[in-house]
Design a protein around this ligand. Structure first.
Ligand code: OGA
Ligand code: NI
Length: 353
């Protein structure tokens, strides 16, 4: 495939939610014929998710700040993710965000389709983008929208229902901004770099894409994947996982680990762009979502990506004779990412030196 000219997307598949209303079988386009699918499997080890208390990180002047930075560095180098506690967003507000997600997907089809993704668009309501004939489609419906900065929102694909949607998502984006900035600063400090070193590459106007994921229960979870294995194209991703239903898994050293449900925590993972900026010290982990036969599952992932014109690349301070530059400088990595994603190749390989 010519990577510079991605083919136009094929017609979208039916929403997975509609499919399950049709009956109890899994259509061929969703089913893996090899052993790549994975149902919820309790025999997989549970991940001991590193916990970082954001309240202890700078700008707080806590005496434990140094220790917390060491923990952060090790979590990001080892797993590429951590569970953020003490993040400053109240449980009752997170409840509202969860409810909103649930309420949106519970709306009648006609209502949701008012925000449908255009055939050549990225944003809006739809399911797995079908870019390849042979592609197995994820068992997932989603709403994908830019929530920040405000002037980049495409309100024509923002739901009008539930009525609180716009207000709550606006507020969520406002509450996330200082968390994101502090995490970027802490990442730099944990590597003994100047604190704005990561943040400057992200930019003051860094973009937040919100992806509301809905994974309907599946009659044959052993045949499908909610989300195929991938690493995120973001700098960092902040995930609000389902409160009760497990399904997210991370890969480490060839082994899949189940993420336990952790009410009220934000799960923060590194994306490819922070792996690039950190010259490979922080890992952009492979992860996937599996489904189960009993319960639907929801999640909300917020992907933070640099302003489009920003060039990103390994921080100069991390490069010397012993640790050579591992990645090229690149602008608009998100574009490269989507061109590679469905082909099954790791997009980050395109920028490796
Ligand atoms: C994603 C993602 C995890 C989840 O949307 O990229 O990894 O739990 N989501 O839904
Ligand atoms: Ni992801």
């Amino acid at each position: 495939m010519d990577m510079a000219q991605p083919p136009p997307p094929l017609p979208p598949a039916q929403s997975v939610q509609e499919l399950i209303l049709d009956g109890g079988t899994v259509p061929e386009r969703y089913a893996y014929k090899d052993d790549r699918s994975a149902s919820f499997d309790e025999s997989l080890p549970l991940m001991d998710v590193p916990v970082i208390d954001l309240g202890l990180l700078p700008p707080s002047s806590s005496s434990s700040a140094g220790e917390e930075l060491i923990k952060l560095r090790s979590a990001l180098a080892c797993w590429g993710c951590f569970q953020a506690t003490n993040h400053g967003i109240s449980c009752s507000f997170l409840d509202q965000v969860h409810e909103l997600t649930q309420q949106f997907f519970a709306l009648p089809k006609e209502e949701k389709e008012k925000c449908a993704r255009a055939p050549d668009g990225m944003e809006g309501y739809g399911n797995d983008m079908v870019l390849l004939e042979q592609q197995v489609i994820d068992w997932n419906d989603r709403l994908y929208i830019i929530i920040s900065p405000e002037d980049q929102r495409k309100l024509e694909v923002w739901p009008e229902k539930p009525e609180t949607f716009r207000e709550v998502m606006h507020e969520y984006s406002v509450k996330l901004r200082p968390i994101i900035n502090n995490v970027f600063k802490a990442m730099a400090l944990s590597l003994n770099l100047e604190e704005n070193c990561f943040l400057n590459q992200f930019g003051e106007q860094g973009v937040m894409f919100a992806r509301f994921n809905y994974y309907p229960r599946c009659p044959r979870p052993d045949l499908v994947l909610g989300l195929k294995p991938h690493a995120d194209g973001s700098t960092i991703t902040l995930v609000l996982p389902d409160r009760e239903v497990e399904g997210l898994q991370f890969l480490r050293d060839g082994q899949w680990f189940r993420v336990p449900t952790i009410p009220d925590a934000l799960l923060i993972n590194v994306g490819d762009q922070v792996e690039i900026i950190s010259n490979g010290i922080f890992k952009s982990p492979m992860h996937r979502a599996v489904t189960n036969a009993e319960s639907d599952r929801i999640s909300l992932a917020v992907f933070c990506t640099p302003e489009e014109e920003n060039e990103i690349g390994p921080a100069d301070e991390l490069i010397d004779e012993e640790t050579p530059r591992l990645y090229k400088k690149i602008r608009n990595y998100t574009k490269t990412y989507f061109e590679y994603y469905q082909s099954g190749k790791r997009p980050i390989d395109a920028v490796k030196i």
